[in-house]
Every structure is written in structure tokens, then in C-alpha cells.
Design a protein around this ligand. Structure first.
Ligand code: WT7
Length: 640
């Protein structure tokens, strides 16, 4: 498969960028014509950021799975689509060719239909990283059902909230999942999530760990048994449902500054075009290369760069069930060696954590197949960048630092591997179609004087094909969150610098959202969870710099009663957070306090708490507006 829209030089990038800004509709229509459409679209682009309303390729009819699977069968039916490496190195790996994957997707699409799933229905998918997860996603897309994948680390309560919000009637899960040394009892978690739920009609359970599970009559069925029925009937194909480009493809929940995660909605046409375009250009994908994205499919990175981007490009996508440090810290390097991986895309957190193990885990590993490296999810510090460059890339692989968000669908700012310049710890230039800008607090665009570097809040002035369309069930929330802070702009929530060459460096969130190990967590969400503990009166959560995770979670907690056993109370609080959200949101530090710094109007002054957590206790700024400046002294003295 060739990619006529693959940019081959810095000049071509500049040309494409210019064209994309002058006439976005013509630019994207040109790219979209290289995909399989049942019917061509009527209007390429319709938009305003006030409602907001964004429509790409409206009236166009397609099915994304025909683009990810069927269209590759003639030329590469017998070539691998998915390579799968299990958690344990001694278990058999699996390869699914494009033909095999299409057949499985079609068969599971029948299973979904047999179980009552119809176009537009929401299907919650809560599985580990096994090929069946990709199959379930694509099978939903095949029949026009809307998938909502929930990361396997989220708790029953989190799943329950998401099921409720999406009004999901169907769940696909596994008995359990392997992750490193851990067995996660996914089906048990689902059972807990379903207590009191009256909406879910069917749970399809795929076998993985064989831990005992209880199957509820009339509600729960086994994946394998359902598939067997379809296979025995000799069914190997299903006609893809014809979707409008603007029909929803999936919902993915992500945290914001409120206590409740938002269901980001992506649509069929624009998302497909943009994930493909960004995949082919950022990673400079060449026919036959093995692409290894280490993200979990429970996050947007896995959706876009394990499943939809690579498969729509006819690529070979490697899916890894395990973790980087089990059974030892050489696991990634072993996987790269085993599959002769060409493109390796991971998170700065993983790099920093592997740095801590020294160079020994790399010894004897043949990494010579690597051609391109990538990072995503958080800013990469220069030390980690150089370590990655020297030890993984042997200084011969371009590193792409890709900045984007769940709401964006695909990579928005990044160098194009080997094509546009890179600069350690800078995401560099926007992709074609992206009109980035920096604004001050008043929404006024800021520009540099001469060769200076400017700083501001990162905004985008026009839509790209995979911008979120809404937040599920609550369009006003979408408007308020992203489009109301600055008129006529999409606000990212990130702060950034821009240098004289127009390169961007992301400095981090400017709202109350944390980025822990590349995962987004709202401080309000963590506070809500902590406050669920019966002994907690009030809490305030802030981030602080963490050597490996990027940001750690620091919680200030007012606990009820005198003479508490602090160690025990901390353990209980951690357990509560794990139950309410999941282990990923557990605070790294908990400090018990008798009061929180508040203004006279009762607002917690997080700025002060942040400074203390960061260790800047002598530089707290103006504390004169505090109701009780005394609490600050106490908090400073008790800092952990
Ligand atoms: C936030 C989005 C979609 C990627 C996975 C995370 C931060 C993401 C970078 C980068 C600096 C980055 C931003 C962004 N972020 N990539 N290359 N450099 N920061 O997706 O959970 O939606 O979080 O991750 O703060 O807003 P997410």
C-alpha cells in the first residue's frame, strides 16, 4: 500500500502545512479520496466553535473496518495485521493475518448481533490486552455499535459510572487479565459494577486466566461458546454496516477538572482519516515495518496507534499484554529483538523507570531493527530523551515527541520522523491542518518579540478531522470544557512555549488535572474518592514533580477525631481510592492536617498547597487573603 499523502521532506511539510491552512476542506478532501467510501461525502467541512458544531465529510458513507480490513485482503490477506506477545515470555505468541482478523471480526460481529446488539448501541469493553480486545472493538465498528473501552485498571465504581453515563446495555469482558506478576479478576469487578444496574442485558466473557467466575443465568455468556455457534454455522463474513462519516464510532472516558469523567465522542470518518494520516506521517510508516505501541488499548493511544491508525494503513501492529519490568526490566528489549520491531512508541514514564535499572537489561538484546522511536503522554525531560536516543536508538533513530489528547483523536504536534527537525523535550511543529496558538489569560494571542520564546495557554483555532464532537449525553459540558474559556478556540488545558522557529514545548496542564505516568487524573476526582472514606472531613489534592511518574499525587487530608493511627488511616484511604477509581489514582503522599488554607470566601488556595508539595515552602507568595494564615505554618511543618 502506498501513501500518496506521506510527506517526504521538510519542504513538502511546509507546502502541505500552507495548503492545509489556506484551504482545509480541499486539503483533507484530497487525502480522504484515498480511502474506501460507499458514497462520497456532500460537504467536506462545516463548523463553528460557538455551539460547538463540527462536521467532516458529512453525507459520506463508509465503514471504518472496511478500511482497516477488507481493503487490504487482496494485496496482503496473508500478511500479519496483529502480532501478539503474551504477558509471560514462555507462553505462545499469536499472529493474526488480515484475513484471519477480518474473519474473527465478522464472526464476533455476528455474536454481538445474536446477543441483541444493534447499530448505535453502546458496548462497554473491559478486557486485558489480548487480540480479542481488538476483535471486539472492530466487531462493534463493523455493525455500527459504539464501543466504550474502559481500562482494565479502573474499579467497579468507575465502570458503573461509565456504564450509567453511556446507558450501555452490553459488556464484553474477560474472566481475568494478566499484567506482570498480577492476575486481575476482571469479571468479578464487572459483577460488582453491575450490582443495582438495570440497564445491562448481556455480558460476554472471554477466557484468559481461567480463574473461577460466576456466570449469571440469562445475563452472562461465554465468548468461546458464542463464537462456536457462529463457526459451526459456517459463517465467516458479515456485510459492514453503512455508517455516516459523522456517526459516532466510540466513546472514551477521560478526566477533567470536575469530579466526573467525560465521555469523549469520536466519529467514523474524520477519526479514520486523521489517525491514518498522522500514523503514516509522524512515524513515516513503510510497507512491512513492525510497529510497536506499548500503550494499553484502554487509552486513546492504543485506540489510535495499535488499532485504527496502523490497521487502516495496512501495517503490522504489535500488541503486548505485559509490562516493561516483568519478569525483568529487559522485557521491552526482548520483545523488540524477538519481533524485529522497527517503530517503538512508548511513554516517558516507561523510559524513566527503565533508566533506573541501568544498562544491564539491554545487554545481549539486538535492537538493530529499530528505525524510529516515539514518546507520548507527558513531557519528556532531556535526560530521558538522551538515554532513549543513546541506548534504544543507538543515536541512529529519530525520536518523535508526540503531543495530543484523548479529545484530539490523533497526534497534533510532533516532528515527522527523520523529515522535520527534532529538538529534545520539544514536541516541535503542528501537523498539517493544525492552527495552534498561544493566548494569555484574557484570551489574547501572544507573539514573540524578535527571537524570543513566548509562553501561553495552548489553543487551536480551527477543527481538524478527529476533534471530539461532543461529550456523550451532555453537549453543554463539551462547550464549557473546551470552547468557552476563549471564544472561537479549542482550549487544550495545557501551557506551552513557542520558540522563534515556531516549535512548541508543552509545559504541562494549567488546570486542576494531573498527569501521572502519562495518565490523566482530575484532582477533584481523587478528592471525591478520598472524601468517601468515613473518617475524612475534607481533602485537597495537588500534583508534585515525581522522578519517574512525571507527576505524583499529594493529598492533604483533614481526618475526623483525635489520636488517629496515621499509618492505618493512610492505608484505609488508599484502599478507598482504589475502590472508587482504581489503583492508578492512589496518592503517593498523604499529609494529615487540621485545616486547609482558604480564602475568606471559602475557596481552597491550591497554589499554596502546590508550592508546599513541590518543596518550595519559603516562596509561597501572597498569603494575606487567607482566612487563617496559621494553617499554612502547620502544613509547612508537617510536610512529607
Ligand atoms: C495530556 C493528554 C493522547 C496521549 C496520551 C495522553 C499531556 C500528552 C504529551 C507530550 C507533553 C503531553 C498533555 C495533554 N501530553 N502528550 N508529548 N508532551 N505533554 O492522553 O490522557 O488525553 O492526556 O497529556 O498534558 O493535555 P490524555
Amino acid at each position: 500500500m502506498s501513501y500518496p499523502y506521506q510527506i517526504k521532506s521538510f519542504d513538502e511539510y511546509k507546502e502541505a502545512y500552507q495548503k492545509s491552512i489556506e484551504d482545509p476542506a480541499a486539503f483533507w478532501a484530497d487525502i480522504a479520496q484515498h480511502f474506501t467510501w460507499r458514497k462520497k461525502w456532500d460537504t467536506t467541512l462545516n463548523w463553528n466553535f460557538t455551539e460547538p458544531k463540527v462536521e467532516w465529510f458529512k453525507g459520506g458513507k463508509l465503514n471504518i473496518t472496511e478500511n482497516c480490513l477488507d481493503r487490504h485482503i487482496a494485496t496482503k490477506g496473508n500478511q500479519p495485521a496483529l502480532l501478539w506477545e503474551p504477558n509471560a515470555p514462555d507462553e505462545h505468541n499469536r499472529t493474526l493475518t488480515y484475513s484471519m482478523l477480518l474473519e474473527k471480526v465478522c464472526q464476533f460481529a455476528h455474536v454481538l448481533k445474536n446477543n441483541g446488539v444493534k447499530k448505535g448501541d453502546r458496548v462497554c469493553i473491559y478486557m486485558g490486552m489480548i487480540p480479542e480486545l481488538a476483535i471486539a472493538i472492530l466487531a462493534c465498528a463493523r455493525i455500527g455499535a459504539i464501543h466504550s473501552v474502559v481500562f482494565g485498571g479502573f474499579s467497579a465504581q468507575s465502570i458503573s459510572d461509565r456504564l450509567q453515563d453511556a446507558q450501555a446495555e452490553f459488556i464484553v469482558t474477560c474472566d481475568g487479565a494478566y499484567r506482570g506478576a498480577k492476575d486481575i479478576p476482571l469479571k468479578n469487578v464487572i459483577d460488582d459494577a453491575l450490582i443495582g444496574n438495570k440497564t445491562v442485558k448481556r455480558v460476554i466473557v472471554c477466557t484468559r486466566t481461567r480463574i473461577p467466575v460466576s456466570m449469571i443465568k440469562g445475563r452472562d455468556v461465554w465468548w468461546e461458546e458464542e463464537m462456536k455457534l457462529v463457526e459451526e454455522a459456517g459463517i465467516t463474513f458479515i456485510e459492514a454496516e453503512e455508517m455516516d462519516a459523522e456517526d459516532p464510532l466510540f466513546i472514551l472516558y477521560t478526566s477533567g477538572s470536575t469530579g466526573k469523567p467525560k465521555g469523549v465522542v469520536h466519529t467514523c470518518g474524520g477519526y479514520m482519516i486523521y489517525t491514518n494520516y498522522s500514523f503514516v506521517n509522524v512515524f513515516q510508516y513503510k510497507e512491512g515495518q513492525v510497529h510497536f505501541c506499548t500503550a494499553d488499548i484502554g487509552w486513546i493511544t492504543g485506540h489510535s496507534y495499535i488499532v485504527y491508525g496502523p490497521l487502516s494503513a495496512g501495517a503490522i501492529s504489535l500488541m503486548f499484554e505485559g509490562v516493561p519490568t516483568w519478569p525483568n526490566a529487559g522485557r521491552f528489549w526482548d520483545v523488540i529483538d524477538k519481533y524485529k520491531v522497527n517503530i517503538f512508541y512508548t511513554a516517558p514514564t516507561a523510559i524513566r523507570s527503565l533508566m533506573g535499572f541501568g544498562l544491564e537489561p539491554l545487554q545481549g538484546k539486538n535492537l538493530s531493527s529499530l528505525q524510529i522511536l516515539g514518546t507520548v503522554g507527558e513531557p519528556i525531560n532531556e535526560e530521558a530523551w538522551h538515554w532513549y536516543d543513546e541506548n534504544a536508538g543507538k543515536k541512529k533513530c529519530p525520536i518523535v515527541d508526540t503531543w495530543w489528547q484523548t479529545e484530539n483523536g490523533g497526534i497534533l504536534i510532533s516532528n515527522l520522523a527523520g523529515i522535520t527537525p527534532s529538538k529534545p523535550s520539544w514536541a516541535t511543529l503542528p501537523l498539517p491542518g493544525l492552527q495552534m496558538t498561544l493566548v494569555d489569560e484574557n484570551g489574547k494571542e501572544v507573539f514573540a518579540e524578535g527571537d524570543e520564546t513566548v509562553s501561553g495557554n495552548l489553543c487551536i483555532k480551527a477543527p481538524w478531522p478527529s476533534i471530539l464532537r461532543t461529550t456523550y449525553g451532555d453537549h453543554e459540558r463539551c462547550r464549557l470544557n473546551y470552547f468557552a474559556t476563549y471564544p472561537n478556540m479549542y482550549f487544550t488545558g495545557d501551557g506551552a512555549l513557542r520558540d522563534k522557529d515556531g516549535f512548541y514545548r508543552i509545559t504541562g496542564r494549567v488546570d486542576d488535572v494531573l498527569n501521572v505516568s502519562g495518565h490523566r487524573i482530575g484532582t477533584a476526582e481523587v478528592e471525591n474518592a478520598i472524601n468517601m472514606h468515613a473518617g475524612v472531613v475534607e481533602s485537597a489534592v495537588v500534583g508534585y514533580p515525581h522522578d519517574i511518574k512525571g507527576q505524583g499525587i499529594y493529598a492533604y487530608v483533614i481526618f475526623n477525631g483525635k489520636g488517629i493511627n496515621e499509618a492505618l488511616a493512610k492505608k484505609d484511604i488508599l484502599q478507598t481510592v482504589t475502590r472508587i477509581i482504581g489503583a492508578i489514582a492512589k496518592p503517593d503522599k498523604i499529609q494529615f492536617v487540621s485545616g486547609l488554607p482558604k480564602t475568606r470566601s471559602g475557596k481552597i488556595m491550591r497554589r499554596i498547597l502546590r508550592k508546599i508539595a513541590e518543596g518550595e515552602i519559603n516562596n509561597l507568595g501572597d498569603t494575606s487573603t487567607l482566612l487563617d494564615p496559621g494553617v499554612v505554618e502547620e502544613i509547612k511543618n508537617g510536610k512529607i
